[in-house]
Write a protein that binds this ligand. Structure first.
Ligand SMILES: [Zn+2]
Length: 348
């Protein structure tokens, strides 16, 4: 098979387009013909640059954390999928070796690795994974769409409902609205009957949030976020802040948009991570703040259902053939993008 394999860390030019041996499915494993995989700033580009060695990356390496494609082969003992099934692959791969895996309780695996980081991923024509990471896709959901939607959808779903307890009719402020997590959060909240306010740091990014369903948008680089949100709410606060940037300037402003008993949920700190907390506001207003990662099977299946129904769409910036992986990485490392970059190994 062809693979965007690299044998040393460095610039996008270390990405090869080489023939290597096809993987063979062992017990409990499947081999999937990859039709789409996303390129991510940290999990692909920073890993390739050698900036994420603490994640257990071993050279030579093949990235690609969230492939989608068609099952080609299944190993002994696999019953959840068959050859020919259209699937997306979840990133957290169990070891198939520990006591939990032996008992079939893959979610509890103590030695799980991340696809495309701690083990070879989907930037190749074929990828071998434990069968338990495969999620069947509805026939109308395209592979690029599935890969992009499943990158952020389950976590957004988890944050909104399991962590934030979002209810129909409530109002949620989505920070970083045009980012992957933000855009999925907007759509999932809208599909659940919430009112959604999209906040981002440029007019263009706010417009993207509104295009994907937000009822109102705020450019927090130009406007006072708290004033704009409270103005839209007729002076009242909102129920939920969906945070994922942790910028020291915007985080305190977002918190102050909350009503009494409001909740802030967060998963992400690329905007700095250290923020100031007004504890008087926190306790007087009975505010709750939750950080959370991860997702459940229900978060995943609901994400796939919403995408299949057309209620959850990814913003795809560009699809590159696998042979152009260096260009795809360069694009991701370049300008600020609002959409996902995809590699399609079936396109050459
Ligand atoms: Zn295990």
């Amino acid at each position: 098979m062809k693979a965007a394999i690299y044998r040393e860390f460095g610039s996008p030019d270390v990405l090869g387009y080489e023939d290597i041996d096809d993987p063979i499915a062992g017990p409990g494993e499947i081999v999937v013909e990859v039709h789409a995989v996303t390129v991510n700033r940290v999990l692909d580009c920073a890993v390739r640059a050698g900036e994420q060695t603490q994640r257990g990356v071993v050279l030579p390496h093949i990235g690609g954390v969230d492939p989608a494609g068609i099952v080609r082969d299944v190993g002994i003992g696999v019953s959840n999928v068959s050859a020919g099934d259209r699937v997306a692959l979840l990133s957290r791969a169990p070891c198939l070796d520990c006591e939990h895996c032996a008992a079939g309780d893959f979610k509890k695996c103590s030695k799980s690795t991340m696809l495309g980081v701690g083990r070879w991923g989907g930037a190749a024509e074929l990828v071998k994974v434990p069968a338990s990471v495969a999620v069947k896709l509805p026939g109308n959901l395209e592979f690029a769409e599935a890969a992009a939607v499943l990158r952020h959808g389950p976590m957004a779903h988890h944050l909104l409902f399991d962590t934030g307890n979002l209810q129909p009719g409530q109002t949620v402020l989505v920070m970083g609205a045009a980012g992957g997590l933000g855009l999925t959060g907007i759509q999932i909240a809208k599909a659940a009957g919430a009112t959604v306010i999209a906040a981002a740091g440029s007019d263009e990014r706010v417009a993207v949030g509104c295009e994907y369903g937000a009822d109102f948008g705020v450019n927090y680089a130009k406007q006072d976020l708290t004033e704009a949100v409270r103005g839209y709410m007729g002076g009242e606060g909102i129920d939920l802040v969906f945070e994922n940037i942790s910028n020291p300037k915007t985080w305190p402003k977002a918190l102050k948009c909350l009503r009494k008993l409001g909740t802030l949920v967060t998963a992400g700190a690329h905007g700095g991570g250290k923020v100031e907390l007004d504890c008087a506001f926190l306790y007087h207003q009975n505010i709750r703040i939750f950080g959370s990662t991860g997702n459940t099977d229900k978060n995943v299946s609901d994400t796939v259902s919403l995408a299949g129904e057309g209620k959850l769409k990814a913003k795809i910036e560009k699809v590159f053939p696998l042979s152009e992986a260096p260009a795809a990485h360069r694009m991701m490392e370049g300008d600020v993008l609002a959409g996902k970059i995809i590699l399609d190994p079936t396109a050459g």
